[in-house]
Ligand binder design. Structure first.
Ligand code: GLU
Length: 486
């Protein structure tokens, strides 16, 4: 009977800046593979590439995972039995493993100078490192070591045969060993390369499923040869396809800034809710068993399965993301909506304004796709733009310049006489007026809304707008409308 190992996945970002949606999807799938099988989700920071290191990027990783609801079970900040979880704190452990490989004949010291390698790279038939140091005699090696010649440790690739493995998404992958370069495992400074460290770390952390971008697919045979050399069990590989963006001409190419925001924080700043982003990204390359689209994180944890991951590149569709966002916005309580929307209200309606921002939720919530659209939608409340009297003409509402003129004058007179200024009072006043004038409600409402807002498409109808504007400003605008029509 084989022992079923507890699933352990890891998210291993390099702190190189903001979190691209592709990285977030990797983290999400790692998390879901672990959680759907009662496993453990580990966070490991891969910070050994000091040239690519960006200050503050580690904080972005923490804050993104937190906001996205991806809670790790082990990691630098919370520890765990397989620590340390920051690669730069593990530096001492790689060299002994590389030396073991030298002993077993799977690696060798390479003393080639930088100059020699540069010259080699410049030569016309350059096909990678020429394996110059692969078969140095013991004496030559000793001579170099005694002389203190700096060296790297390279992996000794088999020269014949094939290496084959099965990826959970891409299926069987097979390469001729002769195509594999004797890659560097340990650099002259004693630091490991990513290519070596990922294997040592994944093994020593007991990782069962390695999830990462398909750009690592071609290197995986090399990693497997390392696992084999150590006699270690190879993890299950789950390589994820690229995320593409739609170009203006209809073609697609790798998702980049010219398609729109590609960072989690940027999308949040644009007004997409973290839950909506996560829900959308979960489906960006994974297909559930039925056609369900809206998933809470808990539902994703219960329903995710590796076989549902597709190997064809997914296209990031901002319209679809907006649809998800609007669904999540609709599902908010009015209080939640107001709380989230307030910074966007405040972009145009400052604290000193008499406008009660709590009145916006009922007119905005059902129509908001993303919060950053809100300021534009509310602009007319603070500034009445100059508008053309043609706006008063509307066929459907049976509004002409003549009806608009009479209705607006009558409505203004009635509204001025109201003792209470609130939505109910305004509603009753205008509806009664339409009845008395034997006109459609729309024939009265249309010109009132145009005069109150100066535009034909508005958040909210005439009644809500008048109520929010307040008596004084509302009447001032209606009178401007009357004078325009005169
Ligand atoms: N640090 C690597 C990256 O950010 C991780 C790749 C992997 O998951 O092994 O691309």
């Amino acid at each position: 009977m084989s022992v079923i190992k507890k699933v352990r996945t890891r998210y291993a970002p390099s702190p190189t800046g903001f979190m691209h949606v592709g990285n977030l999807r990797t983290a999400l799938y790692e998390y879901l593979i672990a959680k759907s099988q009662g496993g453990t989700f580990v966070l490991r920071i891969e910070d050994t590439d000091r040239e690519r290191y960006v200050d503050g990027a580690v904080d972005v990783i923490y804050s993104t995972l937190k906001r996205a609801g991806l809670v790790h079970d082990e990691g630098p900040d919370i520890g765990g039995e397989y620590g340390p979880y920051v690669q730069s704190e593990r530096l001492g452990m790689y060299l002994p493993y590389a030396e073991k490989l030298i002993e077993s004949g799977h690696a060798y010291r390479c003393f080639c100078s930088k100059e020699r390698l540069e010259k080699l790279a410049e030569s016309s038939e350059f096909g990678g490192y020429d394996r110059h140091c692969r078969d140095l005699s013991d004496e030559e090696i000793k001579k170099n070591l005694d002389a203190g010649t700096p060296y790297v440790i390279r992996q000794k690739m088999p020269l014949e045969g094939r290496t084959t493995f099965t990826d959970a998404v891409f299926g069987e992958i097979s390469v001729d060993n002769s195509e594999l370069q004797d890659q560097i495992l340990i650099k002259t400074d004693g630091f490991p390369t990513y290519n070596f460290a990922n294997v040592i770390d994944d093994h020593t952390m007991g990782i069962t499923h390695v999830v990462r971008g398909s750009e690592y697919l071609s290197s995986t045979p090399k990693y497997n040869l390392l696992y084999d050399a150590f006699g270690w069990e190879i993890p299950t590989y789950v390589h994820l396809p690229l995320i593409m963006g739609k170009n203006e001409d209809g073609s697609v190419s790798k998702l980049s800034k010219r398609h729109g925001s590609t960072g989690f924080e940027d999308l949040v700043a644009e007004g997409y809710l973290p839950e909506a982003i996560i829900n959308y990204i979960a489906l960006l390359g994974w297909c559930p068993k039925d056609n369900q689209e809206l998933f809470t994180m808990k539902e994703l944890e219960e329903n995710f399965f590796i076989e549902g991951i597709s190997k064809s590149p997914a296209v990031f569709d901002y319209d679809k993301l907006s649809w998800f966002n609007s669904e999540y916005i609709k599902a908010m309580t009015e209080e939640e909506f107001t709380e989230y929307a307030t910074p966007y209200y405040r972009e145009i309606i400052d604290e000193s304004s008499p406008i009660d921002i709590n009145k916006f939720a009922p007119i905005l919530q059902k129509r908001t796709e993303k919060f950053s659209d809100i300021p534009d939608k509310l602009r007319f409340f603070t500034q009445l733009a100059d508008y053309d009297t043609d706006l008063f003409i509307n066929k459907k509402s049976k509004s002409t310049l003549e009806t608009a003129k009479t209705c607006l004058a009558a409505a203004t007179e009635r509204l001025e006489a109201l003792s209470d200024w609130n939505a109910d009072a305004i509603h009753d006043c205008l509806i009664n007026l339409a009845q008395e004038m034997e006109l459609k409600n729309g024939t009265v409402m249309w010109p009132v809304r145009i005069a109150a807002s100066g535009q034909t498409v508005t958040a909210g109808g005439a009644i809500e707008i008048l109520d929010i504007l307040g008596r004084e400003e509302a009447l001032r605008r209606l009178k401007i409308g009357i004078s325009k029509l005169n």
